[in-house]
Ligand binder design. Sequence first.
Ligand code: SF4
Length: 420
Amino acid sequence: MSFERVQEKLNILADAAKYDVSCSSSGSNRTNTNKGLGNASNSGICHTYTEDGRCVSLLKILLTNHCIFDCAYCVTRKSNDIKRAAFQVQEVVDLTINFYRRNYIEGLFLSSGIFKSADYTMERLVSVAKKLRLEENFNGYIHLKSIPGASDELMREAGLYADRLSVNIEIPTEQGLKLLAPDKNRADFIKPMEKVKNEIIQYKSEKKLIKSTPKYAPAGQSTQMIVGASGENDMQIMYTSNYFYKNFNLKRVYYSGYVPISYDTRLPQIGTPVPMLRENRLYQTDWLLRFYGFNIEEILNEQHQHLDLDIDPKLGWALRNLHEFPVDVNKADKRMLARIPGLGMKSVFKILHARRYRQLNWDHLKAIGVSLNRAQYFLICASNKFETRDLTAEKIKGLILQNTKSKYTSMLSNQLNLFG
Ligand code: SF4
């Protein structure tokens, strides 16, 4: 196979993979063994994001962009008139090793359209990972996409060679899925997820008894949902996300603003802006649920089905619940400290530590890194410099937005700078 042909395939299949954002490489602890190549436990596996928030630290490609399915939102769908290509297993192995040796990448993110059948495709994805690990002694990070409907046996094998596995839900509701991806059904996603969850649990418990038990998908499993393709509101998206976190021990759910790519009456028209800010608000909500102790019903419910776009969800919750404030930072428990706008979890822990030695005032809070512009309306401390009571939620919101305009704008271009 000529270099030009591989290069051409790479152009096509890397371009086709760019719509998948579920490629964060955190959380693996695979170490370099046997003087092999790469080391996923080395935090050298970093997250690099392009300006619009897409992850770029791995060789991120499709095995093929041929597909027997016709999901309306997907550039790879069979009815789309595009140039098609397919890598051979060995070509992906060689590319990964060559790129790794040149220091271009730290790992591989490999997805694929479905050619022939789920198992036929999954078998090839697994072969790539297996060859990298067993023949090339590659210990770098590998994220494999699971093909919906793949057999249990292949899913079991995949987790023995990959650091992370993911199967994309894509569309948050079953109705949306039926409308836009009629070839797919929810059960085909759930089966491999269930399998991976159970294998992770089983391998972990076996490892406690038998040290030589291999690791199974040490970086866990993740999924991705497309935002804005099928008309779901934020409540539906986050309830789906919450369900999958709880039932399948997911490490991450990724939210990907729909990029209009086709003329299809079921979808937003070409030219409709990608909902980047909405995507950012969903990530922020996800963070609040996983790390800040919020319940989903507190943020999204029948009365409040959409996240505010002009303010982050924690500030939105605080403004709807002004009766819970002000919070005394010198007395409040961790749960309430975490709910004060302008305080990230790092600040919360620093406050809990520092107040053992002194009563904290505004200067201390500033030194700790609290964003006083937000926090001043929601807390009290050992000085009354900022105390301004009896302000309405609208007034507080106006004052905060007035002073954070530039920061707010910059959030658009960096979805991972969640609570600054
Ligand atoms: S199965 Fe996957 S690759 Fe194929 S059209 Fe649907 S989303 Fe695209």
